[in-house]
Design a protein around this ligand. Structure first.
Ligand code: HEM
Length: 164
């Protein structure tokens, strides 16, 4: 089955059709998408801004990571689930929309960056988290995260303007 044929299957599905035809379903799902965004990327920005030394300098990094990690992972789960629903509602158009494909690419790069941070630094934060000077790799991951997730949000916001 081709990607386009699969997109047509999703678009014509009962979920896709009811999301498009219901007055409230699509905006409610998109609203929850934005709440998930606030809990995920929003909290992640506070961690990144702490890592680059711009906020909460008096709060130890291990404490911030430990307290915020469960909330931001929950936020990402909500954002991804609602994103998938938003995609099903407009699959045939979105699959051919460059800004949507760029958004997915930025999500993949941001995900690789986050996985690298967690694997290389996050799981042994006790070893470097109390130092005044942080490892260069941590700063690269933090700035990379700030830039890549900002690009995800901007390309997400551009979707309704550049489609339909
Ligand atoms: C953490 C990752 C994500 C973030 C930060 C994010 C962020 C956003 C933002 C800021 C918007 C604009 C909302 C508005 O116009 O009010 C948006 C819209 C959208 N997102 Fe996401 N998103 C994410 C993941 C996904 C995923 C994984 C998908 C699909 C596979 C997706 C599909 C969409 C679609 C289709 C729209 C446009 C809805 C419309 O037509 O208004 N998003 N996203």
């Amino acid at each position: 089955m081709s990607v386009l044929a699969f997109a047509e299957l999703l678009y014509d599905s009962e979920i896709g059709t009811s999301l498009r035809e219901s007055l409230f379903a699509f905006p409610i799902v998109e609203g929850i998408h934005l709440i998930g965004l606030a809990l995920s990327v929003g909290l992640l920005f506070f961690i990144d801004l702490r890592l680059v030394g711009l906020v909460f300098r008096h709060v130890p990094i291990p404490q911030i990571l430990k307290q915020l990690r469960p909330w931001l992972l929950g936020g990402f789960a909500v954002t991804m689930a609602t994103g998938a629903l938003l995609f099903v509602a407009g699959a045939t158009k979105l699959i051919e929309l460059p800004v949507f494909l760029w958004k997915l690419a930025f999500i993949v790069f941001a995900g690789i960056n986050a996985a690298w941070f967690e694997f290389k630094w996050g799981r042994n934060v006790q070893q470097w988290g109390y130092a005044t000077t942080l490892p260069t790799g941590v700063l690269v991951a933090a700035w990379g995260s700030l830039i890549l997730w900002s690009l995800v949000v901007i390309t997400g916001r551009l979707i309704p303007y550049l489609s339909y």
